[in-house]
Each structure stands twice: as structure tokens, then as C-alpha cells.
Design a protein around this ligand. Structure first.
Ligand code: ADP
Ligand code: MG
Length: 238
């Protein structure tokens, strides 16, 4: 269980300042969607939280500790990416168990976690299969399963549905909402898709050019956009 706080965070790549004074408090167990046009800095914001990019200035908090200098594996988070590489030579079971084996977790605990995650995701009948025998949607579930078995306090997802076709995307959205309720953990979900944000989020953070524009519930954003950009992006009536 954990809240997440970006405390006046800046990120620069050389002269290119891509995150500008981001101050954002994500509540414990919240489903927060970070949305904005391509290139606005969403992935960078998430990657700093995951420890895959350094913070240039400011602090990132997970729960009650500053994690700027904490290695990724000690942050109690799990991240699901847009392109999820499964190990082709391993079964679904072994793909999901792999990270836990690396941590030298006892076998029966690994077994319990993999089976429970597979059951939650509806892939318990696929545990013996190799990834090539799965559909795109099933593979995406395995990728989610790999994250779930770690039982993280915070789930990070970077456009996890963008490789799926439209129908499957809609279906998977609903499953992720259920998954969030079931896991009772903090979800931070990045997308450039307004509809995805509006249908999934407890609250939406709208970003533009590295600047947080507004943070609010879908309903309040729609009814009370703070500026023309937010109105246009969310599709509020003029
Ligand atoms: P988004 O995920 O919203 O599409 P990104 O966070 O990927 O945006 O990128 C934000 C900006 O940061 C872009 O201008 C991108 O070119 C730049 N950027 C991202 N990662 C790097 C990097 N490793 N090195 C240099 N520039 C980067
Ligand atoms: Mg991105």
C-alpha cells in the first residue's frame, strides 16, 4: 500500500527540459491516469518513479520515503510496458515465475503467487503454453501476471493496451478496472488516449509539454476544464 508524490520534480535531457515543476500527489489505492499528447513527458515521469531515469531536481516519494536514490528493485513497484517481451522459450508459468526465482523466493510461495495471479487474469488454463501459442490479449495478460506476482504496492502502466486491436482494448480496459478493485493497490496508468483516461480513472492528470495542466476526476475535468487545452483535449463542450 502506498501513496506516490512528485514533489516539484524537474527532468532535463541536456538542454531539453521535459518535466517542469511537476507536483502531483497520487493517493493510496487510487487509479490515476496520466494523459497528454505524444512527447509531453508521460513516460519520462513514469520512468523516474520506476527508477529507470534519474530525477534532475525535486523529490519522488513512495509512501513515506524519498526514493530518488533507491534502486528500482527496492521501490516496491511493478511496471507493465507498451511492448511486453515475454521469453519465447519459456512457458507462461515460467514467464510469470522468472522474476520471483531470481529473488530466490521459496518454490511453494512462487507457485501460490503464479496460480493466484493466473486465476485472477483468467489464464490458469494456459500456464503450460509457450507465448507463441497465445493471442495478443492473452500475452498482454501474461505481462500483467508477471507484474502481479510481485505483489507491488504501486502498479505502473505505460500505454499497456496500445498493441491491442480496438475491440480487445475496450474489453481489457474493463478488466483492468476490475483488477484494480481486486488488488487494492495504487495504479498509475499512462496513455495518450482521452477515452481510456475518462473511462478508467479515479482521477486524471492532464499534461502538456512537461507541465501538469489539471488534476481532477473525469467528471470535474469534463465539466470544469481549467483552460482551453484541457477542454480541447478532454473534448468538453465549448
Ligand atoms: P511521452 O511518453 O508523453 O510520449 P516521453 O516522456 O517519452 O513523452 O518524452 C518526452 C520528451 O523527452 C520528448 O521530447 C523525448 O524526445 C524526450 N526524451 C525522452 N527520453 C529521452 C532520453 N532518454 N534522452 C533524451 N531525450 C529523451
Ligand atoms: Mg510514452
Amino acid at each position: 500500500m502506498a501513496s506516490v508524490t512528485y514533489e516539484h520534480v524537474w527532468k532535463a535531457f541536456g538542454d531539453n527540459v521535459v518535466i517542469k515543476d511537476l507536483h502531483l500527489e497520487v493517493k493510496d489505492k487510487e487509479f490515476l491516469v496520466l494523459v497528454g499528447p505524444s512527447g509531453c513527458g508521460k513516460s519520462t515521469a513514469l520512468r523516474m518513479l520506476a527508477g529507470l531515469e534519474e530525477v534532475t531536481e525535486g523529490n519522488i516519494w513512495i509512501g513515506d520515503r524519498i526514493v530518488n536514490d533507491v534502486p528500482p528493485k527496492d521501490r516496491n513497484i511493478a511496471m507493465v510496458f507498451q511492448s511486453y517481451a515475454l521469453y519465447p522459450h519459456m512457458s507462461v508459468y515460467d514467464n510469470m515465475a522468472f522474476g520471483l526465482k531470481l529473488r530466490k523466493m521459496p518454490k511453494d510461495e512462487i507457485d501460490r503467487r503464479v496460480k493466484e495471479a493466473a486465476q485472477i487474469l483468467g489464464i490458469d488454463h494456459l500456464l503450460d503454453r509457450k507465448p507463441k501459442a497465445l493471442s495478443g490479449g492473452q500475452r498482454q495478460r501474461v505481462a500483467l501476471g508477471r507484474a502481479i506476482v510481485r505483489e507491488p504496492a504501486v502498479f505502473l502502466m505505460d500505454e499497456p493496451l496500445s498493441n491491442l486491436d480496438a475491440k480487445l482494448r475496450v474489453q481489457t480496459r474493463a478488466e483492468l478496472i476490475r483488477l484494480h478493485k481486486r488488488l487494492q493497490t495504487t495504479f498509475i496508468y499512462v496513455t495518450h488516449d482521452q477515452v481510456e483516461a475518462m473511462t478508467m480513472a479515479d482521477r486524471i492528470a492532464v499534461m502538456r509539454d512537461g507541465v501538469l495542466q489539471q488534476l481532477d476526476t473525469p467528471q470535474n475535468l469534463y465539466n470544469h476544464p481549467q483552460n482551453v487545452f484541457v477542454a480541447g483535449f478532454i473534448g468538453s463542450p465549448a
